[in-house]
Design a protein around this ligand. Structure first.
Ligand code: FES
Length: 111
């Protein structure tokens, strides 16, 4: 499985998020409180809204449209709790952030 270089570690500060398109996948990179960088699907599982247009406080992602909330440590839905964001494997090597897109599909929930 191969990883694709997406950005530099310095592009994703703790508490910040940044959208990228990687190998045709809309991806949201988030700097989780505590220092981890995570990659999730960039589109809300509810409807076709970019999560980067919402809010992120270092722990929770909140979609701007209907305020669904997701745990940024694992992508699980907080409210509602029967949805989730697909998570992409992330690898940090030196200053570079790599994401693996193969085999990951965005999840969509009930409407
Ligand atoms: S589109 Fe994200 S909560 Fe509805």
């Amino acid at each position: 499985m191969s990883f694709t270089k997406v950005c530099s570690v310095g592009d994703i500060w703790e508490g910040e998020m940044e959208p990228f398109t990687v190998n045709g996948h809309e991806i949201l990179l988030v700097g989780v409180e505590g220092g981890d960088i995570k990659a999730f699907q960039g589109i809300c599982p509810h409807q076709d809204i970019a999560l980067s247009e919402g809010k992120f406080d270092g722990k929770k992602l909140i979609c701007r449209a209907h305020l669904w909330q997701f745990d940024a440590s694992n992508g699980k839905g907080i409210n509602p709790d029967d949805c989730a964001l697909a998570e992409y494997p992330v690898k940090v090597e030196g200053d570079d952030v790599y994401v693996q897109t193969a085999g990951v599909e965005a999840l969509f929930a009930h409407s």
